[in-house]
Design a protein around this ligand. Structure first.
Ligand SMILES: [Mg+2]
Length: 254
């Protein structure tokens, strides 16, 4: 059942920041979903883009300069942005070497949604380098006494490469659309969206975690996807609970 329209324009934070702490699951060496997929309306942002936003949209000055709080204004003067924790979560996922990100939205206004994702900026966050995978160091560490040196060198090289990659955009905000590698945006059952995501990414359904505010979309679990219901939108806590559920179903003890 559709949600009632909220009584007023949602409040938008004045300073983007990480959730109280970076989602710990991303810093952990425990398994993570290979593909994390987000719904848009009432999951990443607090509105329905097809009924609340009236094009043409225009980026606001504050969307391209610090603190990057407001993304766009529509022809009626309404302003649109993400839920408060979303920019930091997207930045952390973007920096993570083991996770890819996608969108599955059934909005009837895919072009408006894409326009907004081009206007919304993700500020620069100095995201910590995730912990290495178990296998990347333990093999070396068990081979001989000088290993730890070898393992350290390997880890150093990996960090150097990662920092070099991130260095190019250091300090700069980037368009949100650049953080969402795989987008399926069109009306209809989300089983179709996920079937397409399976084809385009090559990722198995069981390796996907999906965040959505509408229970009806739980039907994607018939494919083997794990869905985490976020009735009040995505934040750092819901992100952790979603990853926890995905791990629980795979028998991972956290
Ligand atoms: Mg939704």
């Amino acid at each position: 059942m559709p949600k009632p329209k909220p009584p007023s324009t949602p409040s938008i934070p004045q300073t983007p920041s990480f959730p109280p702490s970076l989602p710990p699951s991303l810093a952990s060496p425990l398994p993570l979903p290979t593909l994390i997929v987000f719904d848009l309306d009432y999951t990443l942002w607090p509105f329905w883009v097809d009924t609340h936003a009236s094009p043409p949209l225009k980026p606001l000055l504050s969307s391209t300069t610090p603190p990057y709080t407001h993304a766009a204004r529509d022809k009626h003067g309404e302003e649109f942005s993400f839920y408060p924790h979303v920019p930091a979560i997207l930045a952390a996922l973007d920096a993570h070497p083991r996770v890819r990100v996608g969108v599955a939205s059934r909005t009837g206004a895919p072009e408006v949604a894409r326009d907004l994702l081009r206007m919304l900026q993700i500020p620069w966050f100095d995201v910590p380098v995730p912990a290495p995978l178990d296998g990347s160091t333990t093999d070396d560490a068990s081979s001989s006494g000088s290993t730890s040196k070898k393992a350290r060198e390997k880890e150093k090289a990996r960090e150097k490469a990662l920092n070099k990659e991130r260095g190019a955009g250091r300090g700069k905000a980037r368009k949100a659309i650049e953080f969402l590698g795989h987008m399926e945006i069109y009306p209809g059952s989300k089983k179709k969206h996920f079937t397409r995501l399976r084809e385009t990414t090559g990722v198995e359904f069981g390796e996907m975690l999906f965040f959505d505010d509408e229970k009806r979309n739980r039907e994607v679990e018939e494919l083997g996807v794990t869905m985490w219901w976020v009735p009040d939108g995505l934040d750092g806590g819901e992100f952790e609970r979603g990853v926890g559920e995905w791990r629980r179903r795979r028998g991972v003890v956290c």
